[in-house]
Design a protein around this ligand. Structure first.
Ligand code: AMP
Ligand code: MG
Length: 392
């Protein structure tokens, strides 16, 4: 059996280039930027007033000085003349500074006169001028490729006048549940049946990580049914099966993958949960067989599919990063396989859940982290530093 690290690196090496598309800004939220966003203009494009008040020459900002007001300028317009000493132009926020002016006297610091203003005894010394290019300058890389676009990125792209950002195409993923015992939610389960859950959790996760997913009809525990499901699963960048991946008499995934010419990358990984995981590739499609137990399937998705989708999208933001926290409870010696234990991180302390059975969705639902135990690691005590990954 190979280690988790070896399996992950083999899986990531299967990734091919995913193409680039242009999307409207309104559709760009959470998409991955495919090329650096470079500004072609200065922002603001001209010196602009930051306040409502009077544009003046800075040397005229003297207590009790009278200034004659020679006109006004509003946002979106300009003032035709240049101003001279002793003159002021009424100005509003966002309006370009008139030629000859270099400071704004805020209106609260002035007293109106018949043909002008007088400056109050006390006034704000600041200029209240936003200089050309003070936000950003033409030629600057403002957002690097590989960034998952946030709402603030979208606003920045809009201000740069980039209405059609280039983003990575969303990977297309097909998910197939396998099992005679499964029905979809909303169906009344027959005797001995349970409701398929993994599939829906998987779809939600992968949508969040930037892929588009289709849940296909449930494949039953026979080769023909699974082959048919796999036929409609392609074309796709990634096909995921859930369940049927162990070595039971009714586990057909590995055999059927082989029948449809999936070239194996690995089968079985020395980890808990999720030992019976397999992956391979046929033409441009990556195939991953996840274990059926709900916790195993969803934890393996975090450990394998999140970075896989990240690599497809060309972003580093989906790489799982190990962090450290203090243990809240004692742990026994670990077994031979690397163990990813469901845990709850609270106030810097990591409480490892008591029951680690891989069928317990209710435990996973309360967890927010995976405590990491290396193979054969000695017992750990409350207060020890332990590595963990965040679940999201
Ligand atoms: P398997 O890997 O097919 O042996 O399945 C292991 C366990 O996971 C069995 O108890 C299955 O009933 C359960 N299981 C398999 N697929 C799903 C699914 N999509 N949703 C919920 N439980 C499942
Ligand atoms: Mg099964």
């Amino acid at each position: 059996m190979i280690s988790y690290e070896q399996a992950l690196s083999k899986l990531l090496s299967l990734v091919e280039y995913i193409d680039v598309e242009e999307v409207n800004l309104e559709e760009a939220h959470h998409r991955v930027l495919a090329v650096d966003a470079i500004s072609s203009r200065d922002q603001p494009p001209f010196d602009t007033s930051a306040m409502d008040g009077y544009a003046v020459k800075k040397i005229d900002k003297v207590p009790h000085k009278n200034l004659s007001v020679i006109g006004k300028v509003t946002a979106g317009n300009s003032f035709a003349r240049s101003i001279s000493k002793g003159e002021a132009v009424r100005i509003f926020t966002g309006a370009p500074m008139p030629k000859g002016s270099n400071s704004v006297l805020i209106q609260e610091d002035t007293i109106p006169l018949e043909s002008g203003i007088t400056i109050c005894e006390k006034f704000e010394k600041k200029d209240f001028v936003r200089k050309k290019g003070c936000d950003y300058k033409a030629g600057e890389i403002l957002i690097q490729k590989g960034k998952i676009l946030s709402s603030f990125d979208i606003a920045l792209l809009a201000s740069m006048n980039l209405p059609l950002p280039k983003v990575k195409r969303q990977p297309r993923i097909s998910i197939i549940s396998t099992g005679d015992e499964l029905v979809f939610p909303g169906t009344v389960p027959g005797p001995n049946q349970i409701v398929a859950s993994n599939t829906f959790g998987l779809k939600a996760l992968m949508k969040k990580w930037g892929a588009t997913c289709h849940i296909l009809p449930i494949a039953r525990d026979n080769k023909l049914s699974l082959e048919k499901a796999l036929e409609i699963a392609v074309p796709a960048d990634l096909v995921i099966t859930v369940g049927g991946a162990s070595v039971g008499d009714h586990d057909y995934v590995s055999e059927v993958f082989r029948n449809i010419k999936v070239e194996y990358s690995f089968y079985k990984v020395a980890m808990r949960p999720g030992k019976p995981i397999l992956a391979g590739k046929n033409k441009g499609t990556i195939f991953v067989g996840l274990p059926g137990n709900p916790v195993s399937a969803l934890v393996c998705a975090h450990l394998f599919l999140k970075p896989l989708i990240g690599k497809m999208l060309g972003t580093r933001e989906l790489i799982n990063i190990e962090k450290k926290a203090f243990l809240q409870n004692d742990l026994p010696e670990n077994g031979k396989r690397k163990h990813f234990m469901r845990a709850l991180l609270k106030d810097g302390y990591l409480e490892v859940c008591k029951n680690q059975d891989s069928s317990l969705l209710s435990v996973l639902q309360k967890a927010n982290s995976l405590a990491i135990r290396e193979p054969n690691e000695p017992p750990a005590k409350k207060g020890d530093l332990i590595s963990y990954l965040e679940l999201d």
